[in-house]
Design a protein around this ligand. Structure first.
Ligand code: GDP
Ligand code: MG
Length: 264
């Protein structure tokens, strides 16, 4: 993709980077770091916050769901708990997403990337009608990629790792978009152990042999199934806190965009 605004020919459309992952995996911190990185490259992104319940955003958002829906008010008004409040806020916002699309379209010439931070709890976005509406609106208009953020430091047990990968796999099938696995928090632990597990079934089996539970038998079979998922997966190790791995991250994003353009 050529940089937006280069030359007089019509610029390439911005790439939408949808950041998903378990609560605490580091989505918000990664969006902050990517934003700073792009600014330093003179390519400021268009940034959208879709988390209605975040207290403080560490990055300046061009569009912030909190400006449109007040999730505490939504809780009171509809008599909901925190989860219901977040889901309903996202639903209310999704009904106006056509306006957000217009804003993004206006920014075509100035931003090469649109970064989208999603609610802390992943299922609020991935298993809701509003998440689907928003994803489809973006992906039908702009080249779009999903970044699944994994907390590498919390995935060192083979069984936890596997559950995380099964979740990632389910999101791939649900969104059907080019997919990047960002192994985050590599400042705490290097992600090479996880890459090895994905590349070499035997090494993963050895790690599993340390576990003797019933679940590990199931995991053994599952890992064969996931082999197919791994073989097409783009993986990159990053530290959102330190800002390492970001150049490789953007290489993976362009590869994913090429895939998007072949398939859509
Ligand atoms: P989110 O719920 O996915 O948006 O996660 P946050 O971005 O809010 O991060 C959750 C916690 O993980 C915070 O305490 C962050 O400081 C921390 N965190 C995020 N990225 C990293 C990282 O790369 N390394 C380390 N050590 N901590 C991180
Ligand atoms: Mg967050």
């Amino acid at each position: 993709v050529a940089p937006a605004g280069a030359g007089s020919e019509s610029p390439a459309p911005p790439v939408c980077v949808l950041v998903l992952g378990m609560a605490g995996s580091g989505k918000t911190t990664l969006v902050q770091r990517l934003t700073a990185h792009l600014h330093s490259q003179n390519s400021p992104p268009y940034v959208i916050n879709l988390d209605p319940a975040v207290h403080e955003l560490p990055f300046p958002a061009n569009i912030d769901i909190r400006d449109t829906v007040k999730y505490k008010e939504v809780m009171k008004q509809y008599g909901l708990g925190p989860n219901g409040g977040i889901v309903t806020s996202l639903n209310l916002f999704a009904t106006r997403f056509d306006q957000v699309m217009k804003f993004i379209e206006k920014r075509q010439n100035t931003s090469q990337y649109v970064l989208i931070d999603t609610p802390g709890q992943i299922e609020v976005f991935t298993w809701s009608a509003s998440g689907t509406i928003i994803t489809e609106a973006l992906a039908s208009t702009f080249p779009s990629v999903v970044v699944y953020v994994m907390d590498t430091s919390r995935s060192t047990s083979p069984i936890t790792f596997m559950s995380n990968m099964l979740y990632a796999c389910s999101i791939l099938y649900k969104t059907k978009l080019p997919f990047i696995l960002a192994m985050n928090k590599t400042d705490i632990i290097d992600h090479s152990f996880a890459v090895e597990w994905m590349q070499d079934f035997e090494i993963f089996q050895d790690a599993l042999n340390q576990e003797t539970t019933y679940v590990s038998n199931l995991t053994r079979s599952m890992s064969l199934v996931l082999d197919e998922f791994y073989s097409s997966l783009k993986v990159v190790g990053v530290s959102a806190v330190l800002g390492t791995g970001l150049d490789e991250f953007f290489v993976k994003v362009s590869e994913a965009v090429d895939e998007y353009e072949r398939e859509y």
